[in-house]
Design a protein around this ligand. Structure first.
Ligand code: 4AZ
Length: 836
């Protein structure tokens, strides 16, 4: 690299152009001085003044370069530029080749001229270094080093960032004649995230082989954890006119991204604007992520801190032909999706689909999956689908868009950074006069069964099936115009949306009336939780005292004192003076990170790591259970009742599968364990299913893993409020007369008020039971799920065992919610018999 005379190189500190020898006149020779003529004297004085000035200048220069305290700081930037008048050749991949060195020198000179021509950069510029080239025509990746006084650093950052804008598109005054530059992107390098260009340790160059899948792993994987303070990078290349697909098949890093993380760039320069994703934590194989580049290069970096080293990752990569155009004209009906779906969409994609149907019909597009980058802080969509003159981004549930012609244009755009799963949609014709034949047409374009209109449930998703309804005699007329089942009136849940179903309720003797008319249990007054919804239950409470008199509804600390705070156990805050509410909290966590796509029925691997499959002899999965410690499971008593000569009560006939995801698929994650002992609740009532709970002791303790974890047990005072959303899981029947599941299923259900449930199920619901489900039917546990968990995810993400699948009137029937054993009632019983 050449350095111009004006650049400041802090290592050299050389002084140029200063005369080393100079003769001074002897100032002490009086006689000679007196003999001088006035003209000569003037000249002499002039010379002396000149010499003094010169010495002063020299002194200043010496001070400037030698002694002045230099407080400049080093600033690194990285970026790339696209050169349109050069051709990429394979030689340019090798930084030792002559071709590389020659072009690098030209680019470095160009960059130097450019930056030295900028007033805001020139005083601080030190050097530019080209680190790599890639195809397109030629993209040069480079580093820029500057030294700047701290007070000028922000200004320099801005000036350098502005070069991205000023150079792209047109030639810059500083750009040399030999290079034509179409695009330049440059930004500050975060020293924490970027490997210094000269550091070649833990640096790998990979090239995709056509038709083959390549792999690479973090150092030591899978035999040992990744090293501390690792600073690794993988440069991956594909052939020209190809893109790269990168699939992290195993990903297991520390869960704090600040400490250990992987960043993938759509560039060979680690710049934020080209960051496809940043990841840490653990991802199960069911939620592995596939990333796509926009060109034939990708950069993967791994940074780790000095402690907590995890197994690391294994990644597969391959090249795919670049989809040149995702522009299509489609007729009739069909599917469209973001490029490379279900892999993440590539950065900088632009697609246009023209969808055409028969002339008498209009176009209807149904998006089944929609997961794009969220809008930015100014609510602008950076990645979007443009349809019906709207730009849509973020995460959406199933969504329908109706056109008003027989042709519709759908566009997709992604910017240069942060990719997501994308979208998958189908299009079809619809008759504008009959948009939903034999169905109800919702305002949002959806079609729902006719009998769902005015049934008290928001089936459309926009409430349009529940407005303008004549309420039937068994329905309540809400202030909002909606009709709701009388069952929901005064049940403590705001079903109408305006609380009108909860106002004017007679409160029971052990209840208090909120300012908004709602009734809540008296014990919930002053418990620091706003159950009323208008805070009236938390007003006028004395702030001073945390402890209260003990009742059935208060949490009792180990020291015997009771506290106001509701559900304080393992919530991450110490409420008891002795800290006992935060002890024994190694439970209810899911080491794997799971996808945000909900609504799917198949669980993901490790999503419910306490779920157990109980197999009876050769019958296969017969019941479910939950892990509560390394050697105890909890299940339903009715699973272990002898029946027609079959000894279900014999522990020797049962086998427990822990960490199982798919029945009969025994991966190395699955632990198969015998049962040593079955403890059925002594007051289990087989007629009523009252006290339907049992404890199972495993023959040997198990080791917890990413797919085997204990669930938290709720304290006796733990409240799962009406309306709260919980999850039920199991391999039971997928419908009342349907087959059992092979992949673990999950369903989101809501807690229903016991009194409402008791009315619906003919007074069979005791105080030891919880009801949950949907009165509209359709979502429920079923035969074979019994004994399995109803999991409640609390605010801090910890999961508690709210219930055990117990019984129901059929499965998923309308107005027949499922019934669950209320686990909080058995907290003491569990400890008594298992020590957990
Ligand atoms: C059963 O037979 C069963 N709908 C479990 C739960 C439900 C119904 C039946 C709830 O094990």
């Amino acid at each position: 690299m050449r350095n111009s005379g004006l650049t400041y190189d802090p290592k050299k500190d050389e002084i140029n152009g200063i005369p080393e020898e100079m003769e001074f006149l002897p100032a002490s020779n009086q006689k000679k001085l007196e003999k001088r003529s006035p003209k000569e004297r003037m000249l002499l004085v002039g010379l002396i003044i000149g010499a003094a000035l010169l010495s002063l200048m020299i002194g200043l220069l010496v001070w400037h370069f030698h002694f002045r305290p230099d407080n400049r700081i080093k600033k690194m930037y990285n970026g790339y530029l696209t050169i349109t008048n050069k051709q990429f050749t394979e030689k340019l991949e090798d930084s030792e080749s002559e071709a590389f060195k020659q072009l690098a020198a030209t680019v470095e000179e160009t960059l130097q001229n450019t930056y030295m021509g900028m007033d805001a950069v020139a005083p601080y510029y030190v050097r530019s270094t080209v680190s790599a080239f890639s195809e397109g025509s030629v993209i040069a990746y480079y580093w820029l080093e500057c030294w700047v006084p701290p007070e000028n650093a922000a200004e320099l950052d801005a000036a350098i960032r502005a070069t991205s804008l000023s150079i792209s598109g047109r030639s810059h005054p500083g750009v040399s004649k030999s290079l034509r530059i179409a695009e330049l992107v440059v930004d500050r390098a975060d020293p924490q995230r970027v490997k210094p260009p000269k550091d070649k340790s833990c640096s790998f160059d990979l090239h995709a082989v056509p038709g083959k899948v390549g792999t690479f792993t973090s150092p030591g994987f899978p035999n040992s954890p990744y090293p501390s303070n690792a600073w690794c990078q993988w440069v991956i290349r594909a052939d020209p006119q190809h893109i790269l697909e990168l699939n992290f098949v195993t990903f297991d890093l520390e869960n704090i991204c600040h400490n250990d993380f992987v960043v993938v760039y759509d560039s060979l320069s680690p710049i934020e604007q080209r960051e496809i994703t940043e990841r840490c934590g653990m991802y199960p194989p069911t939620n592995a992520f596939k990333l796509i580049s926009s060109r034939n290069v990708m950069l993967v970096t791994l940074m780790t801190d000095d402690d907590e080293n995890y197994p690391g990752f294994k990644a597969e990569f391959r090249q795919l032909p670049k989809i040149k155009e995702c522009n299509e004209v489609l007729e009739g009906s069909g599917n469209i999706s973001s490029p490379y779906y279900p892999a993440y969409y590539p950065p900088r994609a632009n697609c246009t689909w023209i969808l055409r149907v028969a002339p008498s019909k209009h176009v209807k597009v149904t998006f089944n999956v929609f997961l794009l980058q969220n809008p930015d802080k100014d609510n602008i969509c950076r990645d979007y689908v443009e349809i019906n003159n709207k730009k849509i981004c973020g995460e959406k549930p199933k969504m329908v868009e109706l056109g008003n012609k027989n042709e519709m244009t759908v566009k997709f755009h992604s910017d240069g950074a942060e990719s997501f799963r994308g979208f998958s949609a189908m299009f079809e014709p619809y008759d504008p006069s009959k948009p939903c034949p034999k169905k109800f047409a919702c305002n949002n374009g959806r079609c729902v069964q006719l009998d769902l209109k005015c049934d008290g449930w928001n089936d459309c998703g926009d409430n349009s099936d529940e407005i303008n309804c004549e309420c039937s005699s068994d329905q309540f007329h809400c202030g909002t115009g909606l009709c709701k089942s009388m069952f929901w009136v005064c049940d403590g849940v705001n079903d109408c949306g305006d609380n009108s179903d909860e106002a004017n309720c007679e409160c029971a003797v052990d209840e208090m009336k909120c300012m908004n008319g709602k009734c809540i249990p008296e014990v919930q007054r002053c418990n620091l939780v706003d159950e009323c919804g208008d805070r009236s239950d938390e007003q006028g409470c004395s702030e001073a005292e945390n402890t209260v008199a003990c009742t059935d509804y208060t949490y009792k600390c180990r020291d015997g004192s009771c506290i106001k705070k509701k559900n304080p156990e393992c919530d991450g805050t110490r409420h008891c003076a002795d800290g006992s509410d935060e002890q024994n909290c190694d439970c209810g966590t899911r080491p794997y990170k799971h996808s945000r796509i909900v609504g799917g029925m198949d669980a993901e691997i490790g999503e419910w790591p306490w779920q157990v499959s109980l197999h009876f002899k050769k019958l296969g999965s017969t019941c479910g259970a939950s892990v509560i410690s390394n050697n105890w499971l909890v299940s339903a008593a009715h699973c272990f009742q002898d029946f027609q000569g079959t000894r279900y009560s014999d522990p020797g006939h049962w086998v427990a599968y822990l960490g199982l995801h798919v029945q009969h698929k025994l991966s190395d994650r699955v632990v198969k364990e015998n049962i040593k002992r079955i403890i059925v609740h002594e007051k289990y009532n087989p007629q009523m299913f009252d006290n339907d709970i049992a404890l199972l002791e495993l023959a040997h303790p198990v080791t917890f893993t990413s797919v085997i974890q204990p669930i938290c047990l709720p304290d006796a005072s733990h409240d799962f409020p009406v309306g709260k959303s919980t999850w039920v899981t199991g391999w039971g029947k997928t419908s009342e007369s349907g087959p059992v599941a092979t992949v673990l299923q999950k369903a989101e259900i809501r807690i229903i008020k016991r009194k409402v449930c008791d009315n619906l199920l003919s007074s069979a619901v005791t105080s030891h039971m919880l009801c949950a489900g949907y009165l509209s039917g359709g979502i429920d546990a079923c035969q074979g799920d019994s004994g399995g968990p109803m999991s409640s995810v609390e605010e801090n993400g910890k999961v508690f065992l709210a219930g055990i699948v117990s019984w129901g009137d059929g499965c998923a029937r309308k107005n027949k919610p499922g019934v669950y054993t209320k686990v909080s009632n058995y907290r003491q019983w569990i400890t008594q018999h298992s020590g957990v």
